[in-house]
Design a protein around this ligand. Structure first.
Ligand SMILES: Nc1ncnc2c1ncn2[C@@H]1O[C@H](COP(=O)(O)OP(=O)(O)O)[C@@H](O)[C@H]1O
Ligand SMILES: [Mg+2]
Length: 358
């Protein structure tokens, strides 16, 4: 694809806060954005030039959307891979490729993919019925975690299995298809955010150290406490994933860091990521601009970090603190414009940074 000229229109499948921040970044580079979402009054729609509201399997609406845009990308990983494929089959430029979406949407395929590219994962097994689960617990042991293969997020769709005696209740609750994973007694969790351009240029942001509460990202700190070898290994793994897919855009991989520094891949997101929100103020090119650059066929921007970072999510009622945060000169406040606050819902985030002295 020829690099898109400013004034072109970028189509985004999905209307959440990631789409909103992508849209803002696109507008900074002179692009218009058109959102396709199945949700009325979405956070991304309110900052974008145009929005189509229709189900993701509405072929007519998708065709109409495709006619209005020059390239199409996604802002959440559960945009059906079939939607992306239908658009590609109809001749649209869709980035990332629907293969990457499909793999990331299924935890078993995702872990199998990591394993096939030589990236360590927790021991895992596909679960289609109770007998599979019993056999997998014998093989993998307990504690372990039973997860749904698809549609889990923010810690939803998973149950700890503490002993073989829990197996039946866990299966009754979650059903199939699932995946059983060994529980990893990690020292910390990290993520790497990386990008690849259509010309094959690759860029990495510094490793992010992530703390979760109730399965939801709560805080990201950069630099992470991981050692130099762990940082090198994360980049090498990310590069292999980008190359394996011939990926275009920003991609995130979440890892567990074990006490000996070894990295175990947990999951990947074929998109910008919550643990990369700090890049808006904390890096020379934000993850959102980087993604827009990549999907538009532009060269990637520099990922240099400008200081030490702490990003905190505002979940549910946390966002009610907005006036105190707005008055705090150390806090860069971002609110996503969601109409209703619910427990566990990401409403905004705050970035605090200590600039480098040099
Ligand atoms: N195999 C595992 N061992 C230890 N902790 C895990 C494991 N799988 C998930 N977790 C914990 O649960 C969190 C959410 O799980 P994850 O698989 O990343 O699902 P989600 O899609 O909800 O983010 C992880 O960030 C981690 O803290
Ligand atoms: Mg996760």
């Amino acid at each position: 694809m020829k690099p898109l000229a400013p004034g072109s229109t970028i189509g985004i499948l999905g209307g959440g806060q990631l789409g909103r921040m992508l849209s803002n970044a696109a507008s900074e580079l002179g692009f218009d954005v058109c959102i396709f979402t199945d949700e009325h009054d979405s956070p991304a729609a309110r900052v974008s030039a145009r929005t189509f509201v229709a189900p993701f399997d509405d072929r007519g609406a998708l065709e109409e959307f495709a006619r209005h845009v020059h390239v199409i990308t996604t802002e959440f990983e559960n945009v059906p891979a079939a939607t992306a494929k239908a658009l590609m089959d109809a001749g649209a430029h869709v980035r990332p490729h629907h293969h990457a979406l499909a793999v990331a949407q299924d935890r078993f395929d995702e872990k199998s993919f990591f394993a096939s590219t030589g990236i360590a994962t927790p021991a895992f097994a596909a679960i289609a019925n109770q007998a599979d689960l019993d056999a997998a617990i014998t093989e993998i042991g307990a504690p372990s975690i039973l997860k749904t293969r698809r549609f889990g997020y923010d810690g939803r769709g998973q149950i700890r299995v503490m002993s073989p005696a829990d197996a039946e209740a866990a299966f009754d609750k979650l059903g199939a298809p699932g995946i059983l994973e060994a529980f990893c007694p990690f020292e910390r969790e990290v993520s790497i955010i990386c990008a690849r351009s259509q010309d094959g240029q690759v860029a990495f942001y510094d490793l992010c150290e992530n703390e979760h509460k109730n399965g939801i990202l709560s805080r990201t700190v950069v630099p992470s406490r991981a050692n130099a070898a762990t940082n090198v290994a994360a980049r090498a793994a990310a590069q292999r994933v980008l190359e394996a897919f011939g990926y275009i855009g920003v991609l995130t991989i979440e890892f567990f860091v074990m006490p000996d520094g070894a990295l175990i891949a947990n999951e990947m997101a074929p998109r910008v990521h919550n643990s990369g929100h700090w890049t808006i103020e904390g890096a020379l090119t934000s993850q959102f601009e980087q993604h827009i650059r990549a999907v538009a066929g532009w060269p990637l921007g520099p990922t240099t970090r400008v200081g030490d970072i702490e990003m905190s999510n505002l979940i549910g009622a946390d966002a009610e603190e907005w006036s105190e945060l707005a008055a705090d000169p150390s806090a860069r406040l971002h609110l996503y414009g969601k109409r209703d606050s619910r427990d566990g819902r990401k409403m905004g985030h705050v970035t605090r940074l200590r600039l480098r002295e040099d």
